[in-house]
Design a protein around this ligand. Sequence first.
Ligand code: SAM
Length: 273
Amino acid sequence: MSEINQISVAKDYSKFVPFTARMMAAMRARESIREDRLFDDPFAATLAGSEAFQQVDQQLKKQDQAYVAVRTRFFDDFLSLATARQVVILASGLDSRAYRLPWMGEVDVYELDYVEVLAYKDALLKNTNMYCKHHLIACDLTQSWEEKLLAAGFCPQSPSVWLIEGLLMYLSEAQVHALLQSVSNLSTHGSELGVDLISVKSLEYEPYKGYFRFGCDTPEELLAHYGWQALVTQPGDEGANFGRYVEQSPPREIPNVMRAFLVKAKKQDGQLQ
Ligand code: SAM
């Protein structure tokens, strides 16, 4: 696996995917300086670094910036409303929620990503005051990572809240199924899951074409297979607009459309609010 500091404009998967964590941070930094910002991430600019801003400017579109802003706010709200005391952020990248959300009570936040990504973040933020008990778990999420989470203190018998943001599209179909199976095995009834997915057509979306590997047009079915009851929203819909989308996405029944899905799910036997 490459260094997170390496920039790859070439189609080198192992360099590009960790670097996307810095590009996401750059977009959160841009959002944070807007007067009408949807959130404030005071760590994002430092975490992103100048190369990531350059890449965002050269490669991404305005709609990518809007999507990341809305997605971040959507999952900020999701985590803020969750009542479970264990929060697991898979492929956390340079997400600074563990540092910036006002966690109430005793909350354990587990962050999992490649070692170089977590080490980079830890080096920059290690002296930051935090309101949670923080666990950094270096791993490859396509290999076995469950034992490391359990060894860090995660309790599968207690409710948990999971976030999988900006990951599934980079995995193969088999890896997505294996990951969801593991998450499901570790989640007791009433646990919650936030996840974003892209449609099959979105695999063609530039500049991610060739890096995006997994698309799905029916997130409800995918998650139901692993015991999750899902509430699926498209950016721009009510609850995922925040004044950033003028138009709604085309209705779901129209096939072959590039779409993203923001999903909140509950381990079956509970009702979504
Ligand atoms: N969730 C963060 C966010 O929204 O800003 C990061 C998203 S970034 C687009 C993708 C992240 O997935 C990167 O941090 C990358 O290192 C991580 N990732 C991709 N494949 C992984 C794997 N097999 N194991 C661990 N982390 C992985």
